[in-house]
Design a protein around this ligand. Structure first.
Ligand code: FAD
Length: 402
């Protein structure tokens, strides 16, 4: 007889949730992870306070080649379900911004809660343990070879996450196992990541590092030509190498290399119209007028970079110049040359092709007993607690059936 029914590989957000759920159904579960320290990604998430869900999370907040895939799991385990668990464990929390729920004290509270739930399900831990390979078992099921011994199980759940932040243990293990069993992958790339620019092109903006302001940012076509078109109103942050902040992290998941992003630096204002009106009534210089609306350093930097004279008197400027400036500030169009990569990305876009999996159970259609959950799957959430909600929901979906 097999010692365990289920092996869950990866004790992160999705893996712990799945193991606890299966264990509470009476399944004998072994949870295997190669890291020395448990759930590092949860620990560093949300600036150490873990944005553990978003009360408004729904399928529209996720990117995937099949946008319908996530619907079933998300509707069966909702943000309210996770919040009920958080409340049951008396974890102090608060809503920060646009439905984002954070711990008051520390992300450790969420890790502690998941560990406690695993304990209720009598989950057996093997950690740190490196998985060398997974092979189909002779009598059905699977044999998992680890550096701490062999485990024979009926089902294997792959919850090893994406490629983001290799320094804390991210690997391509999930994708390798998918390939080994003949499943298709959707190309992966860093998402929720700062964008970078050609060093020479960015040179005039380097002194603006540290400036932050609320903007509208958009990429692709919003008129249906590019299904990845998107627009967000969030804070933008200038960095030494490019742009960051929530606005850029959000748009980075949709951005296609080689295409521009368009930033409206004054989304509440038609700048050309305001400048033309101000021209009649002010003796001020251009730089002084703009610094009423924008951080002065940003106004000066942008004017310099685009060859406007900040000392010119507004009253002396031709209307055509003001329209050009209006367009610059309302539609600043720039083309990133790349991103900060997996080193800085919060998540990985792409992964195991959802067409290979059951949307009810997360099991591979052509490999009975093999499941994929969490970030390994081609379902990527926006910034704001959505990625954890997918980890919880997909973990529970598999945990209820393995
Ligand atoms: P993970 O949580 O990454 O867990 C994967 C586990 O698998 C790890 O424990 C790893 O050690 C283990 N593993 C990997 N390879 C192997 C292997 N070969 N053998 C054995 N074990 C292996 N999302 C939010 O919703 N809110 C946030 O506030 C938030 N903040 C973030 C901040 C940062 C800096 C980062 C990087 C991400 C953040 N995210 C946030 C995203 C979120 O952390 C992930 O989407 C989520 O953790 C994915 O869960 P997962 O269980 O699929 O993978």
């Amino acid at each position: 007889m097999k010692q365990f029914d289920v092996a869950v590989i990866g004790a992160g957000a999705a893996g712990m949730m799945c193991a606890a759920e299966a264990g509470k159904r009476g399944r004998r579960v072994v949870l295997i992870d190669h890291a020395d320290k448990l759930a590092e990604k949860i620990r560093i998430s949300g600036g150490g306070r873990c944005n553990f869900t978003n009360i408004n999370a729904g399928p529209a907040n996720f990117l995937s080649q099949n946008p319908h895939f996530c619907k079933s799991a998300l509707s069966r385990y909702t943000p309210q379900d996770f919040l009920a668990l958080v409340k049951k464990h008396r974890i102090a929390h608060h809503e920060k911004h646009k439905g984002q729920l954070f711990c008051d004290v520390s992300a450790e509270d969420i890790i502690g809660m998941l560990k406690a739930e695993c304990a209720v399900g009598n989950v057996h831990w093997r950690m740190p343990a490196k998985v060398d390979s997974i092979e189909p078992g002779e009598d059905g099921g699977f044999t998992v070879y680890t550096d701490t011994g062999v485990v024979n199980v009926q089902s294997v759940v792959i919850a090893t996450g994406g490629l983001s932040i290799p320094k804390i243990g991210a690997t391509d293990f999930g994708y390798r196992i998918a390939k080994q069993f003949g499943l298709k992958l959707v190309e992966t790339r860093p998402a929720l990541v700062p964008l970078t620019f050609d060093a020479q092109e960015w040179a005039p903006f380097v002194p603006l590092a540290g400036i932050s302001l609320e903007v509208d940012v958009e990429t692709g076509s919003l008129k249906g030509r590019n299904p990845d078109g998107a627009r967000f109103r969030e804070d933008l942050l200038f960095t030494h190498r490019g742009l960051s902040g929530p606005a850029i992290l959000q748009i980075s998941s949709f951005w296609q290399p080689g295409t521009p992003i368009v930033i409206n630096l004054l989304p509440e204002m038609d700048v050309a119209q305001e400048l033309t009106a101000a021209k009649q009534s002010t003796k001020k210089q251009l730089g002084n007028v703009l610094s009423q609306w924008l951080p002065a350093r940003l106004a000066d930097g942008l004017l310099l970079a685009h060859s406007f004279n900040s000392e010119a008197r507004l009253a002396d400027m031709p209307d055509a110049q003001l329209r050009k400036l209006g367009q610059l500030l309302n539609q600043w169009t720039i083309t990133p040359d790349g991103s900060e990569g997996y080193r800085k990305a919060e998540v990985t876009r792409g992964g195991v092709d959802t067409r290979e999996l059951s949307q009810q159970t997360m099991m591979a259609n052509k490999v009975p007993g093999l499941y994929f959950i969490g970030e390994t799957v081609d379902v990527t959430g926006w910034l704001g607690g959505y990625n954890f909600q997918w980890a919880w929901a997909s973990g529970v979906a598999a945990g209820q059936v393995v």
